[in-house]
Design a protein around this ligand. Structure first.
Ligand code: ATP
Length: 499
């Protein structure tokens, strides 16, 4: 493992705002907790990550373990569905997230997001799971309790109820203020139609996955697919998270990229291994360093009762380091979801093997469920590179495929032939790539801006361009410059960006 340079979340958030990646939602009205707006560059970055996922899962998925191409089809289902969908899935009623309330501060927390640090037999301090050591130390100081990194830490869900009296809540002064965990439904409710009543309650989807399960039969009957096959969907999901935090990591409105892989029960373990490896490779392909990505297998007591195994792919975010935060969960879900929808809807979910119609079964499911917006955050954190040797002091080391702008065209002066040539080049290149044409300000400031938005190449038009048709190419990471002819610029970019 290499010693990663220290990256400060405050600086990353500030760059995102300064350069137009991500803004607080409703900022001019004081914001709204847990919601974010993606600015011009953030939108491009998010689209690039989404498009890479779609290409690698739907348009050009990997070759399967049997040497055959796997088949995955796309879906775009409604955000609001019949509320029965969420009853069948267990999001409404049944099991929901366990919450604890603090009687002292009136704050509410998700039990599985609190850690308890046992300072002594009598003094246990609850802290938010993502808290950095510095924050934990501050908390201890405030409570006048000596802090030692070697104190045992356990998740609140593992603490016996009779020991709750020893716990000082995350924002409390006194011990014993946390209530017993109780189920809390994270779905946002809305009312359908003009007359609001109990019966008109519906929910914004809490995950994209259920839209896939309820369309499994439609797709089987219409798309000429045969088991094993997958259905993929990208889109918004909404959860009324109790404690949204860490920038866009845990938001109330976010985007997911989910694929449900339907296969014969006996082949499921092999497909589980296959998707685990493929998904890990994929996160590397979009620029995350292998050193910062790990697999974490869920312990038996962490698994929901129907799951036969779950692995999380986790990334070392600056706010979790030296620990990790989840990027994607890969779950072996058995046939739980299809069976639930069969029972609640009365629609048969059985698959009949076309080669042997006596072979009927409800397919088993492997689910790689990734966060698109959480992926954007990982890529932003990974790309953020401190470099005191350049005027901006920092650059974004995006892969060419992720970079919001692939190249910038910078005429040295704002009047005369430089901008004319630059505009002509811009009009040509923008037919192929996302290109920035930046005319104003001194060239150093313009390079600094391109470094901060992570543009891999800058082409500068100067007097020599007018004389002999050559432009300067500046490479972002090395800052090395060379001259190439205007006629060669498109081919140069095609080679560098498309590889
Ligand atoms: P967590 O334990 O962090 O709440 P989860 O295990 O409930 O997440 P899943 O239901 O498996 O998450 O959702 C799949 C992916 O969706 C997660 O790996 C994560 O990347 C993303 N995701 C889930 N909740 C949020 C959120 N509130 N904000 C942003 N992304 C989220």
């Amino acid at each position: 493992m290499t010693d990663a340079p220290v990256k400060d979340m405050k600086d990353i958030v500030a760059l995102c705002k300064r350069r137009g990646f991500i803004f607080q939602a409703s900022e001019i009205y004081g914001g709204i907790n847990g919601f974010w707006d993606y600015g011009p560059l953030g939108t491009e970055l998010k689209n690039n990550l989404r498009d890479a996922w779609w290409r690698d899962m739907v348009l050009c998925p990997p070759i399967g373990p049997d040497g055959q191409p796997v088949e995955i089809v796309g879906l775009d289902s409604a955000i609001i569905q019949n509320p029965q969908v969420w009853v069948a899935s267990g999001h409404v009623g049944g099991f929901s997230d366990p919450m604890v309330d603090c009687k002292e501060t009136k704050k509410r927390y998700r039990a599985d997001h609190l850690n308890v640090i046992k300072a002594s037999d009598a003094q246990w301090v609850a802290v938010n799971e993502g808290n950095e050591q510095e924050e934990v130390e501050k908390r201890f100081k405030k409570l006048n309790i000596k802090y030692d990194a070697s104190y045992a830490t356990v998740s609140l869900v593992d603490v016996d109820l009779k020991d709750y009296s020893k716990i000082i809540g995350p924002d409390a002064k006194e011990a014993g203020s946390l209530t017993e965990p109780k189920a809390f439904n994270l779905l946002f409710e809305t009312k359908i139609g003009a007359v609001a009543s109990e019966d008109s309650t519906a929910y914004l989807r809490g995950e994209t996955a259920q839209g896939i399960f309820i369309n499994y039969k439609n797709i089987l009957d219409s798309a000429r697919v045969k088991v094993p096959f997958g259905i993929a969907q990208v889109g918004k999901a909404f959860r009324n998270e109790v404690n949204p935090r860490n920038f866009i990591f845990r938001s109330r409105e976010f985007e997911q990229m989910e694929m449900e892989w339907f296969c014969p029960p006996e082949d499921a373990p092999q497909w589980f291994e296959f998707w685990k490896e493929e998904r890990r490779k994929w996160w590397k392909s979009v620029g995350l360093s292998d050193n910062d990505v790990i697999f974490r297998e869920h312990d038996a007591d962490e698994l929901v009762f129907y799951s036969k195994g779950t692995f999380d792919i986790e990334y070392r975010f600056p706010f979790t380091a030296p620990g990790y935060g989840e990027l994607e969960g890969i779950a072996y879900r058995g046939n739980y979801d299809l069976t639930q929808h069969q029972e609640h809807s009365g629609t048969k979910m059985e698959y009949i093997d076309p080669m042997d119609n006596k072979n009927r079964y409800i397919p088993h499911v492997i689910e790689p469920a990734a966060g698109l917006t959480r992926g954007v955050l990982a890529i932003l954190c990974e790309a953020y590179t401190v470099d005191p040797s350049r005027p901006s002091g920092v650059y974004m080391n995006f892969t060419p495929a992720m970079a919001p702008k692939k190249a910038a065209i910078l005429p040295l002066t704002a009047k005369g032939e430089h901008p004319e040539i630059a505009t002509k080049l811009y009009l040509e290149l923008r037919q192929h790539f996302a290109i920035d044409l930046d005319i104003k300000q001194n060239i150093g400031k313009r390079y600094a801006r391109q470094d901060e938005i992570g543009t891999p190449y800058c082409f500068t038009i100067d007097d020599e361009t007018v004389e002999n048709g050559t432009v300067t190419v500046r490479e972002r990471n090395t800052m090395a410059q060379e001259r190439i002819h205007l006629d060669k610029v498109l081919a140069f970019l095609q080679e560098k960006i498309n590889g």
